[in-house]
Every structure is written in C-alpha cells, then in structure tokens.
Design a protein around this ligand. Structure first.
Ligand code: SF4
Ligand code: SF4
Ligand code: FES
Length: 227
C-alpha cells in the first residue's frame, strides 16, 4: 500500500512527510532543529518536558512537536519569541527544582540540560533554589543515582521497560514530589530485576544516573549511545 504523504510548512519551508510522522520527525528529517529533553530515539514519545512546543496556525494552544502528527496544510512556527521565552522558563524551573552546580557535576560538558540552558540563554538563578528533589542511591554495584539532578524525563524508565524489558525503574509519588525508584521503592542495589545493562545511564540527559568509577577515575557517562 502506498504511504500517505502530507504537505506542510515549518518556519516557511514547504515540506512533505508521511502521515505517520510527528512534527518533530518532519522537522528533523528536513534539517530543522527543535529543542527536546524527554524525547529519546527509539522510545515512545511522552510529551512530558514541553520543550518542543510549537505554534500551529489556527490553534490557540501550543502543541508538542514530539507527539503531534503532521496534517495536510499545517503551518507551523518552531522558534518564535513566545516559544523561546516559554522554553527558557521551563529550563529555569528545572534548574531551580534540582541542585545543578554544573562546574562540580560529573556530567559537566555532556549534560543535555546544561547545553539547553546555554543554547536558550536560560538564567540559572531566576527562580532561586526551589529544590524539590534530593537524595542519592549509591547501592548499585555499577551505577549511582542522584535525584537532585533528575528532570523526570522518564527516558530511563522507558528504556528499562521497553528496550531492556527489565521494568526495574518507575516513577514514584506525584507531581513535584515525583522521583525515580527501582522495583517500586527498593534500593537499586537490591533490585531483583535490574540486569545492570546501563541503558538507563546512557539514556539519562543529566548527571542523575552515572556509572561508578571503575578505578580511581571520576564517574563517567558514556554518551556514545544513539539518541
Ligand atoms: S541497568 Fe538496565 S535493567 Fe537496570 S535499571 Fe538500568 S536499564 Fe533497567
Ligand atoms: S534519572 Fe535521568 S533519565 Fe531518569 S527521569 Fe531522571 S533525568 Fe530522566
Ligand atoms: S521533547 Fe516533546 S515534550 Fe519533551
């Protein structure tokens, strides 16, 4: 069967994409970049971080590019002053909810939150420290978890469940009090389901999940995994 193709305009560029494409996929296929944080290649998009919101002509509400399918004749803007302001605010809130001292963090230089903050010109101090999440889990033989650096993107939960199929990681609690936990509340090191595959660490965009140092070296994050 022939694939149905839609024609649309993103930032003035006329392009076509399969009807099954999201706006984000269509943009990326055509060399147009939209900031994302919860999206991870190969995982089902969840539209959680709201960084990829775009303006669609004729719709009052901003729509997440990662979960909205293309439609015939759509006219989309991805980088207006309104969107830039909104994205900056999201990053500033995420920075305030955690304990992000980049210069002292092992993920310095590889952290996606840090690079988004730089790219979007986010003021790290605008909201002051809100500090919703704290606590470390150092019980795993190979990995370390620091809740204060978690942005609740759920990339680790999704890769653990749908790719590794271990279903070890979950989100506990609700709203601002949410945090990532193993086996519904056990210390990660005593998990009966974790295979120690490390996929969650490689999927994590910040320093919230890291590999333990093997020798005397620092904790490290292998960012070579595809994304
Ligand atoms: S190491 Fe693998 S199995 Fe263990 S929590 Fe991470 S993704 Fe899940
Ligand atoms: S631990 Fe990392 S991957 Fe998991 S939700 Fe937090 S920031 Fe996202
Ligand atoms: S990347 Fe679309 S909502 Fe997070």
């Amino acid at each position: 069967m022939m694939e149905e193709i839609k024609t649309l305009r993103i930032n003035g560029v006329l392009l076509s994409a399969p009807a099954t494409s999201t706006i984000l996929d269509a943009a990326l296929e055509n060399g147009l970049s939209i900031p994302t944080l919860c999206r991870f290649a190969g995982l089902q998009p969840v539209g959680a971080c709201r960084l990829c919101l775009v303006e669609i002509m004729g719709r009052n509400r901003l729509q997440p590019a990662c979960t909205t399918l293309v439609e015939e004749g759509m006219v989309i803007q991805t980088d207006t002053p309104r969107l830039q302001k909104y994205r900056r605010m999201i990053i500033e809130l995420l920075l305030s909810e955690g304990n992000h001292d980049c210069g002292r963090c092992e993920a310095d230089g590889t952290c996606e939150l840090q690079s988004l903050a730089d790219r979007l010109g986010a003021d790290k101090t605008r909201f002051g420290p809100l500090r919703f999440r704290s606590g470390k889990d150092t019980t795993h033989e190979h990995f370390l978890a620091d809740r204060s650096l978690c942005v609740l993107c759920t990339r680790c939960v999704r890769v653990c469940g749908s790719v590794e199929k271990a279903h070890t990681l979950n989100v506990a609690s609700r709203g601002a009090a949410s945090f990532i936990t193993a086996d519904l509340g056990s210390p990660w090191g005593s998990s009966r389901t974790c295979t120690s595959c490390g996929k969650c660490v490689r999927a994590c965009p910040t320093g919230a999940l890291m590999e333990r140092p093997r020798t005397s070296g620092a904790t490290k994050k292998n960012k070579s995994a595809s994304r």
